[in-house]
Design a protein around this ligand. Structure first.
Ligand SMILES: [Zn+2]
Length: 408
């Protein structure tokens, strides 16, 4: 055999092996997401007692400082408070003119790409009584300490696994969402003035920890007009990598205006907005407390956000899924080496949907037709093949597997 061909064979096999290892690594990273870690952040934020942005002259400066410190704890040294002045009239404050406090910290991408991924949540909270009067406390555990805890947890996972994204990932806490998306409109306007918005994708989590134990985990995903693909990807990721069922709300047009992702969408960014399907009964009250939340659900929400970021910035999570070790073992190809006929056999609960054969240059030399779908035993006449090594791609209803075959 020609030396070059051997090298080629080894490198093709290595590529497939790396894919397999990476999927295992990816799943082992997902397994590191921790409900207690998310709970800790929610408890810390609720312990501020009142995160209404206009509550004191200092506003949410201390809350922003806390989130900066948490991001720095996970190696994001550039994390900082971004304070800005805003004056205007809001329903909850009347005429207002004061400083507000966003948070941002980034893991800088190692490519020259201009693409940037922002994962954020509003850090403020509001609570009113039956007469729409502000109450003494506004713990905001679900709304929206939960969303902040999700991005802090993702920062922890990036740090502890030393993950280097290709594109910059920015973690953000937005102030003053509750009085009219003030923090996010400010930040989106800054990025717009810098000409960045067409490169930006925003993942917004707002209220992501109310989930009754006895009902199926469900997350509502709101779609914006310029980010339909992002929505489809988010849906696929929830189904593939979490215990959550995605839900596409009947009315997509109203709710999506009521959280920070709207401000970015209006500036030309891509955006997606995730919110619990089972809306909390403690919304905007003094009862929005940490003890009422489901942290295992919030953990699954964090995994979904992480998988989206991983997909865009590190590796295609669905290509990783093409070499599932257990799936691979459950599918037999025999005899191998083959002289003329060979058989592909899968377990009864896993139907073979299509077969593709590639030569070592990656050229497709055989593709099964539609009529052969959904079988558990597949017979192949390979007498037409020349001698040598080939890759067989087997699509099944449980995923895709690659096998190498030798033709004699
Ligand atoms: Zn909220």
């Amino acid at each position: 055999m020609h030396r070059k061909l051997i090298v080629l064979i080894i490198s093709v096999l290595t590529i497939f092996q790396i894919k397999g290892q990476t999927l295992q690594e990816f799943q082992s990273i997902l397994n590191q997401f921790n409900a207690d870690s998310i709970s800790r952040t929610v408890h810390d934020l609720a312990a501020f007692q009142n995160r209404f942005c206009n509550n004191t002259p200092q506003g949410n400066k201390a809350v922003a400082d806390y989130l900066v410190q948490r991001l720095r704890e996970y190696g994001i040294e550039n994390a900082r408070v971004d304070s800005f002045r805003y004056s205007g009239y809001t329903w909850a404050t009347g005429q207002i003119d004061r400083y507000f406090y966003n948070v941002q910290g980034s893991i800088i991408g190692n490519s020259n790409s201009l693409d940037r991924y922002i994962i954020g949540a509003h850090l403020d909270a509001i609570s009113t009584d039956d007469y729409w009067m502000l109450t003494p406390t506004a713990p905001g555990a679900d709304d929206n300490a939960s969303g902040c805890a999700v991005f802090v947890e993702i920062a922890r996972i990036f740090h502890e696994n030393n993950l280097q994204p290709a594109h910059t990932i920015t973690f953000m806490g937005w102030d003053a969402e509750e009085i009219g998306l003030v923090g996010s409109y400010y930040d989106a306007a800054v990025r717009d003035s810098l000409g960045e918005t067409s490169y930006i994708t925003v993942l917004n989590n707002d209220m992501v920890a109310n989930q009754p134990e006895n009902l199926p985990y469900t997350l509502d995903l709101y779609q914006y007009d310029n980010s339909v693909e992002l929505h489809e990807l988010g849906t696929d990721i929830l189904e593939r990598f979490t215990t959550i069922t995605p839900n596409f709300p009947d009315d997509n047009s109203t709710m999506r205006m009521y959280s920070d992702s709207w401000a970015y969408d209006q500036s030309g960014c891509k955006a997606i907005f995730a919110i619990e399907h089972y809306f909390t009964e403690n919304y905007h009250t003094e009862q929005d407390l940490p003890e009422f939340l489901n942290y295992d659900f919030a953990k699954e929400v964090a995994k979904y956000n992480f998988a989206l970021l991983f997909h865009y910035c590190i590796a295609d999570v669905f290509t990783l899924g093409e070499h599932l070790p257990e799936l691979s073992e459950s599918i037999q190809l025999y005899p191998n080496p083959v002289q003329s006929h060979c058989y592909i056999h899968s377990s009864t609960d896993n139907a073979i949907q299509s077969i593709t054969i590639f030569d070592l240059s990656g050229k497709t030399i055989f593709q099964s037709n539609e009529n052969n779908q959904f079988e558990t035993v597949y017979s192949l006449d390979l007498s037409f093949l020349s001698h040598g090594f080939f890759m067989v791609k087997i699509d099944t209803n449980q995923g895709t597997v690659y096998k190498k075959i030798i033709k004699q």
